[in-house]
Design a protein around this ligand. Structure first.
Ligand SMILES: Cc1ncc(COP(=O)(O)O)c(C=O)c1O
Length: 421
């Protein structure tokens, strides 16, 4: 058992937004809280915190196939991404090698930073990824040159789960002397990840996507690949990131890194569950398609388009029944605009608004998946029939307008009561 469900009778299918904390961590957390010293202090209290940092760094480095001193602890994926992009921005301004390449599917912490860099004079090329999940190699080759300073392409997308060809990108970028950063936040903990073999110069990871605590991240910086700190301050992290380290979060991530070998087994199990989920949905619910279905994807993620069903309404209906799902990135929820990633791969606004993201995790069982499909089916049928009723009632309203003189009863009020549930 890898996590304690937060609430009884609630089922979680939103592991790409965040993961529950592993049982192992919950059960042993008081032991780590008791190590309260400042790792920079040279007395006994500081030394035990310093040992905690050293041991965690060692386990995480081993899990990622890199050296411990190539890892810098940060507050999360957003900070790691910002650190590398902004460091390169300031470094290359006014130099010959001053261009950047990224993809249209990046998380806002990359894409918005790139747009800020562009507004401030940087040349930024955005490589499209299409509806099939294909990276536009022709475009990439047309913009990659000896002017390219940094290529930043994510390893796995948070919404459709599509995997981008980072290993090949590294080879091509290095051939022209450019460096490569990857946002590996969604890949970390879901698929085996060896950063040395991948060959990137920099990578961003986040602990809360891997059953540990929020507020802890990793910035991998290959030996010899320099960057300027985003946060200047004390000498922490060998002068690469100022600020007293989050010892609790780092301890938790170190513990999860020791479970590294389970990633492979879980990936296989989750892929079988995800495929079963999609098969049942496609067979039993009409007018559904899966985004990036034929592309290489994360094993746990399914992004669906359900025709004639509003994603937000579906999400709320499922939530009322105890199922947590998502219509897109969690950081965009509450935003009525359709997901920029889904629009970027070529979906219409309507299709993006009809989308639902399901992401499974280590505690997901076959029973939960089957139960969920039954509930989804029933909910989709109900929402579609309400839509039909709405269309009919609109028609009735028109008739009413035309025939109000003769006092016809159209049933419009009955319908409004139903949709307001
Ligand atoms: C692909 C990707 N990059 C970066 C982040 C940001 O990570 P954090 O929440 O640790 O700042 C996320 C979080 O959803 C993500 O999915």
């Amino acid at each position: 058992m890898w996590y304690t469900p937060l609430v009884r009778n609630k089922i979680y299918f939103d592991f790409n937004a965040t993961t529950p904390v592993a049982d192992d961590i919950l059960q042993n957390i008081s032991q780590a809280v008791a190590i309260w010293g400042n790792p920079s202090s040279i007395h006994w209290a500081g030394q035990s915190a310093k040992t905690l940092l050293r041991e965690s760094r060692q386990s995480i480095a081993q899990a990622l196939g890199v050296g411990p001193l190539e890892l810098v602890f940060t507050s999360g994926g957003t900070e790691s991404n910002n650190t590398i992009l902004r460091s390169f921005f300031w470094r290359v301004i006014g130099r010959d090698r001053h261009e950047f390449i990224t993809s249209s599917l990046e998380h806002p912490s990359v894409l918005k930073t790139m747009m800020w860099m562009r507004e401030n004079g940087a040349v930024v090329h955005v490589v499209p990824v299409d509806r099939q999940g294909l990276f536009d190699w022709d475009f990439f080759h047309s913009v990659l040159s000896e002017k390219t300073a940094l290529v930043s392409i994510m390893l796995a997308n948070n919404e459709t789960g599509v995997l981008l060809p980072v290993a090949e990108i590294v080879q091509k970028a290095h051939a022209v002397g450019a460096q490569v950063h990857t946002d590996a936040v969604q890949a970390f903990g879901k698929i085996p990840l060896n950063l040395k073999q991948l060959g990137v110069d920099y990578a961003s990871l986040s602990a809360h996507k891997f059953y540990s605590l929020k507020g802890t991240g990793i910035l991998y910086s290959r030996r010899g690949s320099e960057f300027e700190p985003l946060l200047s301050g004390g000498a922490q992290e060998r002068h690469r990131r100022g600020g007293t380290e989050n010892t609790l979060g780092i301890w938790a991530l170190g513990k999860m890194a020791q479970k590294n070998l389970l990633i492979n087994t879980q990936a296989e199990r989750l892929q079988a569950l995800r495929d079963h989920l999609e098969k049942r949905i496609l067979n039993e619910i009409s007018d559904v398609s899966v985004n990036h279905q034929t592309a290489q994807r994360l094993p746990n993620t399914s992004s669906l388009i359900l025709k004639n069903v509003d994603g937000e309404t579906l999400l709320m209906s499922l939530d009322l029944k105890g199922y947590a799902v998502s219509t897109g990135a969690a950081c965009s929820s509450g935003n009525p605009e359709p997901s920029p990633v889904l629009l970027a791969i070529g979906l219409s606004r309507q299709e993006a608004q009809n989308s639902l993201r399901l992401s499974l995790g280590w505690s997901t069982s076959a029973e939960q998946v089957d139960q969920f499909v039954d509930v989804l089916k029933e909910t989709v049928i109900r929402l579609r029939s309400l839509n039909e009723l709405a269309d009919e009632s609109l028609l009735d309203k028109k008739i009413l307008n035309v025939s109000s003189d003769v006092g016809l009863d159209t049933g419009v009020n009955t319908f409004s009561k139903e949709v307001s549930l």
